[in-house]
Write a protein that binds this ligand. Structure first.
Ligand SMILES: Cc1cc2nc3c(=O)[nH]c(=O)nc-3n(C[C@H](O)[C@H](O)[C@H](O)COP(=O)(O)OP(=O)(O)OC[C@H]3O[C@@H](n4cnc5c(N)ncnc54)[C@H](O)[C@@H]3O)c2cc1C
Ligand SMILES: C[S@@+](CC[C@H](N)C(=O)[O-])C[C@H]1O[C@@H](n2cnc3c(N)ncnc32)[C@H](O)[C@@H]1O
Length: 658
């Protein structure tokens, strides 16, 4: 988002800057913060009225506080809250900040606005370093070495907040003035704040208007006028005293299980396992990462290059929304990788037929131009540096990644212990949690276990019902030539080819739905070369592909692991047969409402089914898993979390059986 100027059709805020260099919204004709003493006002209105200094200091060991905000704007409130948190909270506590924003600032505007506050420079620098790939929907940021999570909901507050599942402890209400921005102060929005609140949730706002105060009172907040600051004579502070609404779907509810010891076993050290371990370790968990091979990333996550490719839908499906959120999260993570292990070179998806062209036209209308842009054949060719048979859709922030390096980065944490050569064959319940054993030999035990062994998680009786499939894929490694080094972006059609890493291009990949054999075979090298020809006969010639003998080519084969709906499987596991018994009535009436608790397998979780896009879905799934386990804000919309939930299959089979 940094490169594009805000324009009339852009989703970004259009700003004017006053003589003091302070931003002002063109659309709302209003200021983002008090022009005299913005910092003091933020601290008085939001931090003090929510009593955050005391509440941060009183957090219990390993505790967390969740702040919700309407209107992220320049992030000033967030940075002030973060600074106070660092100054006041015990070192093992965490801060979650969730904020909704319809018109995010471009990165350059954000930089300019935050330069006004030199005393917040330590914090604004970290935010700016991560402020990229901020696209519509939920965008999760991990800051302060994992101590602080920021979730931005990019979109209209009335569309985004109903999607949020988060136990909010303190609210900052910071829309523009109500007469200019009534959408941010309406009863429907206040009802959402109430839904996300619990007894003890507090609220602070600069706005003291009588109708706002009365509407908040009506929503369940006990509001009080208190002295203001600067030009604000009075401001409002409040406490939630209303009714909390019970969850209606117990099979998607948060499991009540709360282990006394925060120790987890993660079984499988590919992208899903390493990401799960990273998200838990960042939250203070001890993690034992068990891997049957001698090192991590030896199976699907072991390819030399994988593509950060977004297969989107223009119809806002759960998968498409997961992809936009996951892409943002992975993309921000990659900033920490060594430059030899990834490249933000962009990804070009060619439109080789009318159907693909129509799909791309729809996507171009549905998504912002800094996420994807249609290119003509000539434009595409000059982007890619080679001759191409067609134009296509260009994803400027996409690129390629060396997945093992991403796994290493995720698993590198003092609280993660990697146990290699540890093939977990059985998982048995034990008074202290779960025991992982191999032929009767105890490997490790802990109250929480995350199954991250791709399709092999079905070998555990507890996960045997999950409908996971393996799809064999083979990539071909092609030696770079002087002429092929002109390739400047990843180019995809049915297959993909990336600019070279360490003198080799990665060309992929075959799909075999039946084979269980991972021996490299010549037929699939030949079919990969065919995919290359389809992408660009120019590039094929530059790589001398016609002269290459498949029998002499190097490659690598592994299994992808997919679910029937192509969404990953992420979340807590229930006892399969007890589930069918407990909710059997759904077979007769799909609309049956019940509060019967789900028969969870306490402490057992899954992160699997990442198909052909683990680079995009697995890291964010680590965050989703950690959110389920720690009663945190979910990093994705509720409907996406439910669409990824392990219980969805048992639920569907019950309902289909009616
Ligand atoms: C040919 C090919 C090309 C691909 N290209 C792309 C791409 O361009 N972009 C993209 O985003 N994705 C791509 N993918 C998909 C991506 O690689 C996967 O989605 C991702 O690697 C899945 O990670 P995972 O951790 O779930 O599985 P894996 O990486 O397979 O990891 C599972 C791990 O669990 C271990 N394990 C299993 N059972 C046990 C046990 N009982 N005890 C101990 N350890 C166990 C395994 O040894 C393994 O290390 C590709 C996949 C393939 C095969
Ligand atoms: C006063 S500013 C917020 C200032 C901000 N908290 C800060 O620290 O800089 C109000 C913000 O609300 C956003 N906003 C206005 N209407 C909105 C809507 N309907 N949904 C979501 N955000 C909205 C504006 O774009 C603006 O960034």
């Amino acid at each position: 988002m940094s490169d594009l100027p805000a324009s009339a059709s852009s989703p970004y805020a259009q700003l004017d800057w006053d003589a003091q260099g302070q931003p002002r919204s063109q659309l709302f004709a209003d200021v983002y913060f008090a022009t005299d003493g913005g910092l003091a006002e933020t601290r008085h209105v939001f931090l003090e009225q929510n009593e955050l200094a005391r509440r941060f200091a009183e957090l219990p060991a390993g505790g967390q506080l969740v702040i919700g905000e309407t209107g992220f704007g320049t992030g000033l409130n967030f940075l002030c809250a973060w600074q106070l948190f660092e100054q006041s909270a015990p070192s093992d506590c965490r801060l979650h900040f969730v904020s909704v924003e319809k018109y995010p600032l471009t990165r350059s505007d954000l930089q300019r606005a935050l330069a006004l506050w030199p005393e917040l420079a330590d914090y604004s620098k970290q935010l700016l370093a991560q402020y990229l790939a901020v696209h519509p929907g939920f965008q999760r940021f991990t800051l302060s070495s994992g101590r602080v999570s920021l979730t931005l909901l990019i979109g209209d507050a009335l569309e985004q907040l109903p999607e949020l599942d988060a136990p909010i402890d303190a609210w900052f209400l910071d829309g523009f003035a109500p007469q200019r921005n009534p959408q941010m102060w309406c009863p429907e929005l206040f009802a959402e704040l109430a839904r996300l609140s619990h007894p003890g949730t507090t609220l602070g706002t600069f706005c003291s208007a009588g109708d706002v105060r009365r509407a908040l009172n009506a929503a369940g907040f006990k509001m009080k006028r208190v002295p203001g600051i600067g030009r604000k004579w009075e401001v409002l502070k409040g406490q939630f005293i209303g009714q909390t609404t019970p969850a209606v779907k117990p099979w998607f509810a948060r499991p009540p299980f709360n282990p006394a010891v925060r120790h987890a076993l993660v079984i499988g050290a590919g992208l899903a396992g390493c990401a799960s371990a990273a998200s838990l370790a960042a939250r203070g968990w001890q993690v034992t990462l068990l891997e049957r091979h001698g090192a991590l990333a030896q199976e699907a996550s072991g390819n030399p290059q994988g593509v950060l490719y977004l297969k989107l839908s223009a119809h806002g499906t759960a998968l498409s929304r997961l992809i936009v959120s996951g892409f943002g999260y992975t993309r921000r993570l990659l900033e920490q990788l060594h430059s030899n292990d990834w490249a933000a070179c962009g990804v070009l998806q060619l439109a080789l037929n009318e159907k693909e062209l129509a799909r791309q036209t729809q996507l171009a209308a549905a998504f912002p131009a800094d996420l994807l842009q249609p290119l003509s054949q000539t434009q595409a060719g000059s982007r890619a540096g080679i001759a191409l048979p067609a134009g296509g859709l260009f994803y400027p922030e996409g690129g390629w990644v060396h997945p093992p390096a991403l796994c290493q980065l995720l698993a590198k944490h003092p609280q993660i212990r990697l146990l290699t050569h540890s093939d977990v064959l059985e998982l048995t319940p034990h008074p202290d949690g779960w025991q992982a054993t191999s032929q009767g030999q105890l490997l490790a035990s802990a109250p929480v276990v995350v199954l991250a062994g791709a399709a092999d998680i079905r070998h555990f009786a507890q996960a045997a019902e999950l409908p996971l499939k393996r799809i064999r894929g083979q990539i071909t490694r092609l030696p770079q030539t002087a002429a092929s080094s002109e390739l400047r972006t990843v180019v995809c059609a049915e297959g993909y080819v990336a600019p070279a890493r360490n003198g080799e291009h990665c060309l992929g990949a075959s799909f075999d739905f039946t084979s269980t054999d991972l021996t490299i075979n010549n037929a699939e090298h030949a079919s990969n070369l065919q995919l290359l020809e389809e992408i660009s006969s120019d590039l094929a010639a530059r790589l001398h592909s016609a002269e290459l003998d498949p029998a002499t080519l190097q490659g690598r084969a592994a299994f992808r692991c997919t679910s029937p709906d192509y969404l990953p499987i992420v979340g807590p596991l229930a006892d399969a047969s007890a589930f069918l018994r407990q909710y059997a009535k759904l077979g007769k009436n799909a609309n049956w409402r019940t509060e019967l608790p789900c028969p969870w397998l306490d402490g057992l979780y899954v992160n699997s089914g990442h198909g052909s896009r683990g680079l995009i879905s697995a890291p964010l799934s680590g965050e989703l898993l950690a959110a389920w386990l720690n009663n945190e804000p979910l990093p994705v919309p509720r409907m996406v979390a439910e669409a990824c939930h392990p219980n969805r299959f048992a639920l569907r089979s019950l309902i289909r059986g009616q």
